[in-house]
Design a protein around this ligand. Structure first.
Ligand SMILES: [Zn+2]
Length: 397
């Protein structure tokens, strides 16, 4: 929409939320500081689209180069295969006894996290004294672009039909397709296919399911993520941290309506852990502290819009997400939601957004490595400004 209409809708949103003082401001000049000039509502197609992001071939090459250029300090392996047979990779760096498991692009059209992860892997694998010290204290395992098929198609879902699921799990013949199946594109929202019991076997009576219930591991991509998680759990006892990097719609503001919010984060994915069995290692406070580490790393960059991050809605109850299922098993869970639908943003803004994810995730890993994350205040999490939705909401987690 045009800048004029955007300002009008911002004003009406402000009124709805009772912040009428800002509405008066927002009806003035849109470049007067209320809205940072680099921010927009994401509907003005810039033309550069996804050209700034690596495609699957480039990603694979970049990972191989990382392994070679670091002399194997960044160890790249094939963790599994997508439904269309593309290799899904892990990149592992460090020897510390704390482990951070990072997953990017479970939604194929959410690309900033992959770019940030590639840049961080380069830094973590470098010869610098800081990188060497970090590697002694932490192990980072990254799946850069879990949904490699969706990435090639620039779609949220993977590329798999319900018939293919039934072929893999004949006991599901006659069951209703799972609720997260999109028959129009022929794919599943992988981020509803998780279950806290890593050994769960799909049963017909558990379909079609719904968003308030657990998933099934019917997609090869979720199975791959689970297999990596399970092997890390066997190695480390607990997978200390799990980070999932996503994108949300562009149109969010901070709750004072002073600024657009380029990033939302969250520790909250489960309403009632007891609803899904006994999970004694579930630790909401550890998740909150980890999110505070992200928040503080970005607040240090306060002069820029990096400091304007917000909390993702805390009413979220999504046990079938990777975040929800892994958090139940004892991982501190951290959601990043970068405010952009990548096809709408220009390369300059995409570069800024990827840098922001890099700064926040890098700050978390630093805080894990030096142990400072353990002394952060959970109250600081609750004080993070909440996200205000501007019109035309898009898909979330
Ligand atoms: Zn997403």
């Amino acid at each position: 929409m045009s800048a004029r209409r955007w300002v009008a809708t911002l004003a009406s949103t402000a009124l709805i939320t009772g912040l009428s003082t800002v509405a008066a401001n927002a009806t003035g000049n849109p470049t007067n500081g209320a809205i940072p000039p680099v921010s927009h509502c994401g509907t003005e197609a810039s033309g550069s689209g996804n050209n700034g992001f690596v495609d699957y071939t480039q990603l694979t090459t970049a990972l191989q180069q990382l392994e070679t250029s670091t002399g194997g300090t960044v160890d790249v392996e094939v963790a599994g295969y997508s439904n269309q047979g593309r290799a899904i990779h892990t990149a592992r760096v460090g020897e510390g006894d704390k482990v951070v498991y990072v997953q990017t692009q479970i939604h194929g059209n959410e690309m900033h996290g992959t770019e940030a992860a590639l840049e961080l892997l380069k830094q973590w694998g470098s010869d610098s004294p800081a990188a060497k010290k970090l590697r002694k204290n932490v192990t980072v395992v990254v799946i850069p672009r879990l949904n490699v098929d969706g990435g090639e198609l620039d779609q949220r879902q993977n590329d798999m039909t319900w018939d293919e699921v039934v072929a893999d799990f004949p006991q599901l013949a006659g069951a209703s397709p799972s609720w997260n199946y999109n028959s129009r594109v022929g794919g599943f929202d992988i981020n509803r296919d998780f279950h806290p019991n890593l050994d769960y076997v799909p049963a017909a009576e558990d379909f079609p399911g719904d968003s308030a219930d657990t998933g099934w591991y019917i997609t090869p991509e979720a199975q791959t993520s689970r297999n990596v998680y399970r092997s890390l759990e066997q190695e480390f006892g607990t997978v200390d941290y799990f980070v999932d990097l996503h994108n949300q719609w562009s149109c969010y503001a901070t709750d004072d309506m002073e600024s657009m919010s380029p990033l939302s984060i969250s520790a909250k994915f489960i309403d009632d852990p007891a609803e899904f069995g006994s999970w004694p290692k579930f630790d909401m406070d550890a998740s909150k502290r980890a999110n505070v580490a992200v928040y503080e790393a970005l607040q240090k960059r306060g002069k820029s819009s990096y400091g304007k991050l917000t909390l993702y809605p805390q009413s979220t109850n999504l046990p079938g997400t990777a975040l929800g299922s892994y958090q139940l098993r004892g991982s501190a869970a951290i959601l990043f939601e970068t405010s952009s639908q990548t096809q709408y943003d220009g390369m300059k803004r995409n570069g800024m957004l990827a840098k922001m994810v890099e700064t926040g995730l890098g700050g978390l890993v630093d805080a894990v490595a030096d142990g400072s994350v353990n002394s952060l205040d959970t109250g600081a999490y609750d004080a993070i400004p909440t996200r205000v939705t501007l019109p035309s909401d898009g898909p979330g987690v």
